[in-house]
Structures are given as structure tokens and as C-alpha cells.
Design a binder for this molecule. Structure first.
Ligand code: UDX
Length: 458
């Protein structure tokens, strides 16, 4: 099928490249022409595992192309996926300016009927507004637009895997024609007729994804409800961590045993610096704002959000207590992206913690395996180190702020010798407390005052 993708960010690029992998002919566009230039030069403007290989393969196959001409892109596809950003407004509501602008442009540029699909995360009832806007903006052109919702459940760092191996595909439609068109688009995934780059063609045998067909409003709600529940679980884990610290218990043992209940699950119960990124923080805010507008008390989610926001204060207090004076103190920071395996620093708790420490006069030196380029314009005063060892040399404290797995394999004896004070704040419980104690570090982590021998591996 011929498909247009509007927006070449973390969602749009993965969506376009994976749809090309499924056999469709995809034209991607973005109003940031530098992104289009980078892509047409064979570059990738974001770091996402396997994306470069997919984009190169399908630029080569001719099934994937990029243009800065939105009109050309709109006319190329019978189906249009809107994958533009919906950042938070001051009020917490999602900013739908980009969605509205795209509706205007589609209505002006289309030369025939289109199925317009919201893949961007939007509040419930946005689809109804989008349908109305398309009709209004095309009122003198005699065109017909169908609208559908198809929320994404892609995690950064595993987005290609998540697209090719979803456990569910959710669509919100108004008629059977739209349902048929979306079933056709995803048929290779539903019939498991594809080879994905993650498994180099040896995809594991697994159940086909559940194809959930619902209304547009419900599909939009499913996305916000899913992300807000994930955020709730994380805040619950952080609540348990605080309790474990005061009760001399071990949060990893508690959350592991709690998560063994299949009704709960062990995923998303890792305590730490809290949830960040361009999704969870803004989606829980938008969901709270939606509930408020609908007259529903969203106190449960407001509390989850407040717990998350307090994580930065929690660690700042711990760091101040240990360092006494922060001003002019050399502090090393490992990790700036909002989570491991991504270069994305948007709403990163690690960046927020670094910002607060700089504001209090600490002399930071930071290193991140992927996010250095992206963080420079965000925190211009932050001194960036060439590697982990340069970041910690002569430091009076080291903060592990993102759970990059390579940090576990560093030469910790060398680090012990090179620090002015062997003091570590492991905000992501990345390291082993016993190993750190044996090496002689003053080691603070999350909810793990004591480590008991466990009967089975975590
Ligand atoms: C999330 C959702 O997982 C995904 O389904 C949705 O489509 C987009 O938003 P993403 O934002 O890429 O994906 O990252 P995710 O893996 O969910 O992590 C979000 C944040 O929560 C990160 O800052 C991570 O460090 C934190 N986190 C995650 C925890 O603090 N504890 C956990 O147990 C899991």
C-alpha cells in the first residue's frame, strides 16, 4: 500500500521504516528540513537500535523516501499517519498545534480521499476534532477524509522490536472500510509474514498480536491509560523504596516477590530517579488535564506525578547530606539520557538533577555513551568528559543517573583510586552494594539498605 508519514521523529521514522519493511511504499516528511537533508544524505537524526539498517535498506529498495514537500508527501499516500509531537502546555494539556497545522495542510494539498490516522499521542476526542478540522479546511474542495486512531506502544531503545513484535495493535475506527485498510497495512504482522532486523530473520515463535478494534475515543484513551498506569507502577516502586529504606528492607526483593503475582508483573517496578522521556511525564499530565476537564477526580495520578517529581529532591537531599557543601565541589555524573539505549534527553531526570546541582554551584563533569550531542545545547554550562574515567577523576562524589549497562563493567578499582572521595550515589540501582562495599566505596543506592541472600535469581 502507499503510505504517507508526517513527522520524522522517534515515532515517525520507526513507523515509516518498519512499514517499508512490511512491504509498503512509504513517503516520510517533516517541516524540519535539516532532518530531511540528513536522511537523504543517508544519516539518521536520532539513535535507535536497528533503525539505520532499516532506513538504508529501504531507501535502497525504493520503498522508503523522504521529502520536505508536505504536499508531495500527502498526495503520495492513500493512508496518512500523523506522527507529530504533542508536547505539554503549561496547563498540562497536550499542545495540539502541530496536529491542527497538519490537518490544514492535508486538506489543502490532498487531491483525493484519504484515511488520516492519528499515531501521535493525543487526548480522547481529538479524532473528532481532527475530522471536523479536515472537513472545514477542505469545505470548498469536495474531498472526503476518514479519520482513525492507531496509538503506538514503542519504547525508545527497543522501538523497532516493539513495532515488529507488538503484543497488541489498537485501532479506533468509525467504519469497516477504515478497519479493513488498517488490517491490510498490518497484515504481515498479524500473519507473522515478515523477517525483522532485530532477529536477523530468525524471529522467535510467538503468538500473533491481538488486533483490538474499538472507537476512536477509546483508542485514544487506551494510550493515555497505558502510559499513566506504567507511570503509576514506577511511582509505586519509588514509594516502596522509601519505605524499605526506613524499614531496613530490600526494595528489589520486595518488588520481585510482589511482581511474581501474574496480576501485577515484575516489569516497571524498578525504583530510582523516576520516569522521564517525551512520553510518560507528558502523557500522565495530559491524562490528568483530560480528567479534570471531564470532571473526574484524578488525585490518584496527581499523586503518582508528585512522587515522581520528588525523586530529584530526594537525591539532592542525600547528596547535600553527604557532601555538606555543594558549591565548588567536583562531582562526576555518569548518564544523561532519560534511560539507557537512547540519546534522548527530553524530560530526562538525569539532566534535571545535573541542572539542579549546577545551580547550587557544584562543579560537574558528565559523560553519556550517546546523549552528549543532544545535551550540550540543553545544559551549556555542563562540562562534558571524554569518557567515564575523565568524568570521575578527582571527584568528591559520583552520581550514576542513567542505567547504561556498560557502567557496570567499568574498572571500579581504578575509579576508587582516582576519586578524591570514593562516594557513589547509584540512583538506578545499577551496581552491586556488596561489591561496592568490598572495594571500600561509600555507596548509596535506592531502597537497598541491606542485601539478603535470595533463594532464586532475580
Ligand atoms: C514509554 C512506554 O513504555 C511506551 O509503551 C510508550 O509507547 C512510550 O512511552 P519510553 O518513554 O520510551 O516508553 O520509555 P520507558 O521504557 O517506558 O521508560 C520511561 C521512563 O521510566 C524512563 O525514564 C525509565 O528510566 C523509567 N523507568 C522505567 C523506571 O524508572 N522504572 C522502571 O521500572 C521502568
Amino acid at each position: 500500500m502507499k503510505i504517507t508519514v508526517i513527522g520524522c521523529g522517534y515515532v515517525g521514522l520507526v513507523t515509516g521504516a518498519c512499514l517499508a519493511e512490511l512491504g509498503h511504499t512509504v513517503v516520510c516528511t517533516d517541516n524540519d528540513l535539516s532532518k530531511i537533508e540528513t536522511l537523504n544524505r543517508g544519516g539518521i537524526p536520532i539513535y535507535e537500535l536497528h533503525l539505520d539498517e532499516l532506513v538504508a535498506r529501504h531507501r535502497q529498495s525504493g520503498r522508503l523516501s523522504f521529502t520536505g514537500e508536505l504536499g508531495e508527501a500527502v498526495r503520495a499516500g492513500d493512508t496518512i499517519f500523523i506522527c507529530v509531537g504533542t508536547p505539554p502546555l503549561e496547563s498540562g494539556d497536550a499542545d495540539l498545534t502541530a496536529i491542527n497545522r497538519v490537518a490544514q495542510l492535508i486538506a489543502a494539498e490532498a487531491q483525493g480521499p484519504k484515511l488520516v490516522i492519528e499515531k501521535s499521542t493525543v487526548p480522547a476526542q481529538t479524532g473528532q476534532q481532527l475530522k471536523r478540522a479536515l472537513a472545514i479546511y477542505s469545505r470548498n474542495r469536495g474531498l472526503h477524509f476518514d479519520v482513525a486512531s492507531n496509538p503506538e506502544f514503542l519504547r525508545e531503545g527497543t522501538a523497532v522490536l516493539d513495532f515488529m513484535h507488538p503484543n497488541r495493535i489498537v485501532i479506533g475506527v468509525e467504519d469497516e472500510a477504515a478497519e479493513r485498510q488498517l488490517r491490510e497495512i498490518y497484515r504481515p504482522l498479524l500473519e507473522r509474514q515478515f523477517q525483522c532486523p532485530v532477529h536477523a530473520g530468525q524471529c522467535p515463535r510467538e503468538e500473533a498480536p491481538t488486533f483490538v478494534v474499538t472507537s476512536i475515543n477509546s483508542a485514544e484513551l487506551i494510550k493515555h491509560a497505558s502510559n499513566s498506569f506504567l507511570a503509576l507502577k514506577i511511582s509505586y516502586a519509588n514509594l516502596l523504596a522509601d519505605l524499605c529504606e526506613r524499614m531496613d528492607a530490600n526494595v528489589e526483593e520486595v518488588t520481585h516477590a510482589v511482581g511474581l503475582d501474574p496480576r501485577i508483573g515484575v516489569e516497571f517496578l524498578r525504583p530510582g530517579l523516576g520516569f522521564g522521556g517525551f512520553c510518560l511525564p507528558k502523557d500522565i499530565q495530559a491524562f490528568i488535564a483530560l480528567g479534570k476537564r471531564a470532571g473526574v477526580d484524578m488525585a490518584l495520578l496527581r499523586t503518582a506525578e508528585a512522587i515522581n517529581k520528588h525523586r530529584i529532591e530526594h537525591f539532592l537531599e542525600q547528596i547535600r547530606n553527604a557532601l555538606w557543601v555543594l558549591k565548588e565541589k567536583p562531582v562526576g555524573v555518569l548518564g544523561l539520557s532519560f534511560k539507557a539505549n537512547t540519546d534522548d534527553v527530553r524530560f530526562s531526570p538525569a539532566v534535571e538533577l545535573a541542572r539542579r546541582l549546577l545551580a547550587e554551584g557544584a562543579e560537574l563533569r558528565a559523560y553519556d555513551p550517546q546523549a552528549m550531542e543532544k545535551v550540550a545545547p540543553v545544559l551549556p554550562d555542563l562540562q562534558l568528559a571524554k569518557d567515564e574515567y575523565a568524568a570521575v577523576s578527582a571527584a568528591e562524589a559520583l552520581i550514576i543517573a542513567t542505567e547504561w549497562p556498560q557502567f557496570k563493567c567499568l574498572d571500579w578499582e581504578r575509579i576508587f583510586r582516582s576519586m578524591a572521595r570514593p562516594l557513589i550515589f547509584d540512583t538506578r540501582n545499577l551496581l552491586d552494594p556488596d561489591q561496592m562495599a568490598t572495594l571500600g566505596f561509600e555507596y548509596y543506592s535506592v531502597g537497598r539498605t541491606r542485601q539478603t541472600r535470595r533463594t532464586s535469581a532475580l
